[in-house]
Design a protein around this ligand. Structure first.
Ligand code: SF4
Length: 386
């Protein structure tokens, strides 16, 4: 099926988690907090006979509140945080000329693939946890403290387009002080099943807004859901941090679209150049990694997403019915939805998100601080080849 094609690594771990989610919601001693990835909002509507790529952010939030979650947060918040942390990490590597190129680490399908196949590049992976794991860690620390909740009573549920995320959620490394950052991962399809089970008339729901303090994401975070999005989001911030100037054009056209391997060169005002590559699909990833290892290509920044098109067609997304629309067209249509989400937002750069500025002021101090390292960064280890 689609998930095996799209998610060769994660497919082994497909497991339904609906029952334990209902049980957590029913348990009066638990505070059950949900967060939703950027790619969900342009695909969930398809399960309710809405057009492919329709943006259903407000209805999705309303449905989650009706299902009984205590707080509904947006993973987009932590996508912005990832940009702050990864952008800073990248700039310091550029300075020291160590562990370049940096590879993005927000896709667990790719991370696991690298651990199995290319242990020699593990030091090049960004040490940033994926956005959902960062948000999970902050919910059980910063937020728990603010609200005076024992983190052991919090159940973090994340709605992901992805089956590999179910494995990621269980990794020992993705915990803080022995408390797992994310407890339950549900796919888009599982969420749709829960909404149907609860008899909610999804299509006719009134829009609702995410809860604070993790309810705000910039346009840069919204585009994490497509191939090229993380790199573009990072470049928007890196350029402005280094140049202290405003970017005139936010769209980096050369790394948009569905071509398998894309490249961009960005000139910084201090005459440094950043060479970026954007790759989706693991066979393309293999090709680019081999070229880098054989010194045929030189890059500073490489974004990798395991699924073709990125998370919009992740293994947990609504299944594509080729009789209604072919897969390539579905990808294009969902991609369009994601870029519309970016354009509809007033704040389109991660470092301008007021909630991000606030969490550094109140808790994290600055990107890559020792507190950030404790909660937001991780490590990797070689795994046996299959
Ligand atoms: Fe999961 Fe997205 Fe990676 Fe696919 S591209 S494995 S959906 S994180």
């Amino acid at each position: 099926g689609q998930c095996i094609m799209a998610c060769p690594v994660g497919a082994l771990y497909e497991k339904e988690n609906i029952k334990e989610t209902w049980e957590a919601i029913a348990d009066k001693d638990k505070v059950v907090i949900v967060q939703t990835a950027p790619a969900i909002r342009v695909a969930l509507g398809e399960e309710f006979k809405m057009p492919v790529g329709a943006r259903v952010t407000g209805k999705m939030v309303a449905a989650l509140k009706m299902l009984g979650f205590d707080k509904v947060f947006d993973t987009d918040f932590a996508a912005d945080l990832t940009i702050m942390e990864e952008g800073t990490e990248f700039l310091s590597r550029l300075e020291s000329k160590e562990n370049l190129p940096i590879f993005t680490s927000c896709c667990p399908g790719w991370v696991k693939f690298a651990e199995h196949n290319y242990p020699e590049i593990l030091n090049n992976l960004s040490t940033c946890k994926s956005p959902s794991e960062m948000e999970g860690a902050l919910i059980k620390s910063y937020f728990a403290k603010k609200m005076d909740i024992n983190p052991k009573n919090i159940v973090n549920v994340s709605i992901m387009p992805c089956i590999a995320k179910k494995f990621e959620g269980q990794r020992d490394e993705l915990s803080t002080d022995k408390i797992q950052d994310v407890d339950i991962v549900l796919t888009t399809r599982e969420l749709a099943s829960m909404i149907k089970e609860a008899g909610i008339d999804f299509k006719n729901l009134e829009d609702e807004a995410f809860d604070n303090p993790f309810g705000e994401g910039s346009g840069a975070a919204a585009i994490f859901g497509v191939t090229g999005g993380v790199a573009e989001a990072a470049l928007r911030t890196i350029f402005e941090i280094v140049s202290k100037e405003k970017l005139e054009k936010l769209e980096f056209e050369s790394i948009r679209g569905l071509e398998g391997i894309k490249e961009a060169e960005i000139n910084l005002p201090d005459e440094r150049k950043i060479k970026a590559a954007v790759v989706h699909g693991l066979s393309n990833a293999r090709k680019v990694v081999e070229e880098i290892l054989e010194n045929q290509k030189h890059y500073d920044f490489v974004e990798v997403m395991a699924c073709p098109g990125g998370c919009i067609t992740g293994g947990g997304q609504p299944l594509i019915n080729p009789k209604e629309m072919e897969a390539a067209k579905v990808r294009e249509t969902r991609l369009k939805g994601i870029y519309e989400e970016d354009e509809a937002l007033i704040i389109r750069k991660s470092h301008e998100n007021p909630d991000i500025i606030k969490i550094y002021d109140e808790f994290l101090e600055k990107p890559n601080s020792h507190i950030s390292h404790k909660y937001l960064h991780t490590k990797y280890r070689p795994r046996d080849r299959y």
